[in-house]
Design a protein around this ligand. Structure first.
Ligand SMILES: C[S@@+](CC[C@H](N)C(=O)[O-])C[C@H]1O[C@@H](n2cnc3c(N)ncnc32)[C@H](O)[C@@H]1O
Length: 198
């Protein structure tokens, strides 16, 4: 019913979507996983043509990718450093037969952006500089990691072609290179829609 409604563009509330997850994951939702409405808006902007390949940088439990895959004609790819979260995302996609989505267990620094057309960024590296409401205890606070990861994303985005679309949610914009123009903004400036112009 959840994915059917997304496919039919029928609104669904976050508490309903989050029933897909175990309690431990559900209670992190407000802080760590994209709200349904935000995911729909972002995915709709990023998929500007059928089969467009969208990369979620730090895909968590797959919420953005699963919603994007069900509600658009794009192909969604999530990269996530925590293996358990990748397995959970894959199992939900399999159970609900969402076939235009893939989840990969990796650090973002191992991923070349050249294989993708558009990018989604929900402040993934913030956990390296802020230890309130952690996903788990696996991450050490380290400002250097935050800047290494942000720099990596910036360098990869620099190499993307003109016309590349990017959506950021709760970002500090440090990873956005010159050449990306802000097209629209929503949610009090926290959700931003970018396009590369030069
Ligand atoms: C704020 S959550 C967003 C999850 C998902 N994009 C969503 O919107 O529902 C950020 C995720 O990025 C992951 N992450 C952080 N740093 C990463 C890195 N260097 N490589 C891969 N994943 C990373 C974290 O493990 C976490 O699951």
């Amino acid at each position: 019913m959840i994915f059917k409604n997304l496919q039919l563009n029928i609104d669904i509330e976050d508490p309903l979507f989050n029933t897909l997850y175990p309690w431990r994951i559900k209670k992190l939702a407000e802080r760590h996983w994209t709200p349904v409405e935000v995911a729909k808006l972002a995915a709709d902007y990023l998929v500007d043509k059928p089969n467009c390949k969208v990369l979620d940088i730090g895909s968590g439990v797959g919420k953005f990718c699963l919603i994007g895959a069900a509600s658009t004609k794009g192909r969604f790819y999530g990269v996530e450093q925590r293996q358990k979260l990748v397995k959970l995302s894959q199992s939900i996609a399999k159970t609900h037969q969402i076939n235009n989505v893939e989840f990969l267990h990796s650090n973002i620094t191992q991923i070349s952006f050249s294989a993708y057309d558009a990018f989604y960024f929900y402040n993934p590296f913030y956990e390296n500089i802020d230890n309130s409401l952690l996903i788990d205890s696996k991450i050490v606070l380290d400002e250097k990691l935050y800047s290494t990861y942000s720099k990596y994303v910036e360098n990869q985005l620099k190499k993307t072609p003109i016309g590349t679309r990017l959506v950021t949610y709760w970002s500090r914009w440090t990873e956005i290179p010159e050449g990306f123009d802000l097209e629209f903004t929503a949610y009090n400036g926290n959700l931003n829609f970018w396009e590369k112009k030069f």
